[in-house]
Design a protein around this ligand. Sequence first.
Ligand SMILES: [Fe+2]
Length: 710
Amino acid sequence: MKNVPLVGYTNKLSGRPGVEIDFKISSQTRSPIKAQLFRSISADPNPKGVGIVEESCEEFFLAQTFAGRNQPFYPGSYGKTASPLAVTAKSEFKVEMLVWPTQYCDHNQTLLTVGKTVLLIKPDGHVEFSFGGHTVCTPNPIKLNHWYKIDGRIGVEGQLSISATLVKQYATTQNVATESSKLAVRSGLDLDGIVSVGAKISLGFAEQLFNGKIETPQIWADGNLVANWNFSSDISGLSVIGKNCPNMDLVNHPTRGVKGAYWDGSEHNWRHKPEHYGAIHFHEDDIYDFGWDTDFSFKIPDTMPSGIYVMRISSDDHEDAMPFFVCPPLGKQTAKLCVLVSTFTYTIYGNHARPDYHAGWKDRIKDWQAYPHNPAEYSNYGLSTYNLHSDGSGICHASHKRPLFNLRPGYITFGEGDCSGLRHFQADSHLITWLHAKGIDYDIVTDEELHNEGVSAIKDYAAVTTGSHPEYHTSQMLDTLTAYSAGGGSLLYLGGNGFYWRIVRHREDTDLLEIRRAEDGLLAWASEPGEYYNAFDGNYGGLWRRNGRPPQQLVGIGFTAQGIFVGMPYNRVCHDPEFDWVFDGIEGNILGDFGFSGNGAAGFELDRIDPALSDGLNLAEGSSITVLAQSYDTDNNFMLVPEEQLTHLTNLSGGPEWQAKRADMVYFITEGGGQVFSVGSITFCGSLPYNNFDNNISRLLSNVLSRLIG
Ligand SMILES: [Fe+2]
């Protein structure tokens, strides 16, 4: 496995004064590590802009040096009993389970172990049952992506046998013959020990990890069922209750709420027929929490201004930089403007290995002194929910409790093209840099506080602004923003493709997020039919639009077109004198034909008004949504998002496709008196720092903010 020489992560991405942030670091060097704290102003390494800008924070954290150490991590999910199974079999013994293998590996894949007994799939696909040194193997390999009943047993005369029976395909009743063979065993039946499912535990470490689904592992002794784990019970939990046997802990978060062998298409919600969802999908590359020990902690001081901070560590020639977000004390805002940092979206994208990454980007990374490591080169650190597991299934879990390479100052998402090529944390720093340049005070609140604290986290701000891509939301977060807006708070949505996917946090490990890529939308992978309901809470996953809460109900616009990483200008379309304040000091109608993201303010992912989807929007009486500016895809660089498409000739909006492929910059006033300004483009913020912050997008946002926060 390839390791980064010096890397770390924090237990929390954000906190208010008094909260302690733990730093967990692994070093391959033998040298001491130095830690220094900075405030992050700009995370864009592009030398054509202001570059990386950070302020020293020695008054809050004195630089310290400490001994480094290597901290290992162990990918792969499996189940393991909390205590040994105490079983005595006088003459007969049997292990039995349903198995859906998803890939052959160059190593054995363990299905179950207990004592001297091992049931596994060999690299050639044959299933092997062994007891002590005795083995028996199926004569034929099992097929991938089919359900088998696997039965390994020791008979009364000490003979070993194994069978793998193809039980059925989903929604069919097809059966084929059992394959079995026999081998005499001369030793006794020593069966006591920890039971593991999906991996073999050797000296406390899991190895020979399995890829695929397992259902209802059972152990029989002398004709009696002595251990039985029903994986369809408490599907949202992190362990499985053992029936008359020890409970089984699930390590590294395998996927639950997936179709089992008995699923027949009659039900799609696991809560209604849990017996159809008795499988757990294990992956050899599941890893979401590295579980490293803490090297040092930092308690956020009461006097520390709300902002974005970076703990930089260095040892020999190696460096790392761990960002965290400091909010003001609850109820003690220090600014009229709140910047809502999309930490859940950052986490969902954490370690996104892009398929277009290639080593040719390294020249620019070196020239710009950008963050040097890319997730595409370190898949062993766990990839993102935009990637696939090694067996081809989509990664549906995410957590920040591991090093996230793309959540680093100076990380470049796109390593070529004539712009900075930034997204997420680094792209959002264009807004932060601009606020500093303009002398506009702001507080930081992140998705974490929005979810946990509800409207009390933001209620006192005159305005709350998003960054470039607030894409992923829990129901609690949407409820909070809706209540804030209804209560008269003003919203600035300075991004594109926002409020798009529904996510959920795990009740036991709240840093663990789940996404189901259900039904449709712009998908990195597609959830299996029958698996559209979250395992974590049983709710229907996928797009908020498919859950009856399209983004148009909150911010007036919603996702309509996706393109390459290019930006276009907006055209001013509103000439009503009532809205001249928006364009004060701006000459002409062309807005944002420049920028550090895609070279234009309207780009990459675009949102527009759709009257059919904004029914729930509580507009002020007599008020309507005003379109201030628009940007059409004149060069055909964009595609209509799938949920907008009906046939090859028709789309939902009914007009020609080009009409729907646009960004709408809008303004409206809500029933509660709050104002909403939405730009409908991911690249908007990239234009703010252009020309030393002196440009018409910068001016336009200044005008809007002046109106919203006074
Ligand atoms: Fe996205």
